[in-house]
Ligand binder design. Sequence first.
Ligand code: IPM
Ligand code: MG
Length: 368
Amino acid sequence: MKTYNIASLAGDGIGPEVMREAIKVLRATEKRFGFKLVITDAPVGWAGIDFAKKALPDITLDICKRSDAILFGSVGLPDRDATIPKEERPERAALLRLRKEFGLFANLRPVKLPKLLAHACPLARERQGDGIDILVVRELTGGMYFGQPKQTEDLGGGIQRAIDTMVYTTPEIERIAHVAFRAAQLRRKKLTSIDKANVLENGILWRETVARIGKEYPDIALDHMFVDNAAMQLVLKPTQFDVLLCENMFGDILSDEAAALGGSLGMLPSASLGSTSGAGTFGFYEPAGGTAPDIAGKDLANPIAQILSAALMLRHSFGLNDAAAAIESAVEHAIEAGNRTGDIFSPAEPNARRVGTRVMGEAIAAVV
Ligand code: IPM
Ligand code: MG
């Protein structure tokens, strides 16, 4: 029987409880489709600091290196983050470090508003058209999050100066552009590249490079949009978008905005991949939302983003397309059956019932 090794890094806040549901669903696919998943838990984030005084303990990194994919929850607890130096905080010392360590430059965030959840979208019905279905392709290992210098200096006289550096090379732009064009080929064949070419050197290089790569994809309709306009267009006419190609920070921001259009940040999964794609690709899979400490441990969190991230893992890292599709349709079924966590619940829906994290996970696992 084919065996796949998964490192499960649940992390902090709602991480452990949504991870538990994702694993339940994975176990259900294992039974139905006949493969074996060896899932090894490892501490990360504050769980890592409490365990080994490091947001990314050595043993966790080792387990990741020996795995075929990483299923990640979320890290960071704002109340505790402030108590340690910024370089040691979970977001930078664990999450960004793992992305860099494994060269995971391509982050895919599919946003799809299920028809039944039209009420959970903050936009008026007429703006939702025939449905919102956008793939955000975010560059994940470059730009301002990693550029050097990155520091805060004391200028004396009580004045400080903070510096972050936005930097991209043409190969970095080319490789993420290829990922986005290929993704568009499998969708509605439209790519909107986001930049700030009217102000930033990075934006000019981004636009020129994406346009040049675009010549290799004559089947894709490419257009370019300034990021500020894109933020506006997303709420005015989201149906004009198919694939959005963004540098790191713009993708971070626009994917949260897009997630809200998709019903809830609690529904947005993501895949972070390195240089190859197809079966056998090492990948990192995480919900795009955060640790949500305010609702952690209360059985309130929506596990769907974590569960759909597990589906992306089966598809992109293991090539288990049928099992991935089974999870995705099980999520739709659970929604059709009326299950709603608080973030997607509306009392106006006649057949909806408010459920917790656990019941939602079980409802999905039951129909896989
Ligand atoms: C995301 C998150 C992270 C990011 C944070 C937690 C560092 O917002 O994955 O979108 O900025 O990349
Ligand atoms: Mg973000």
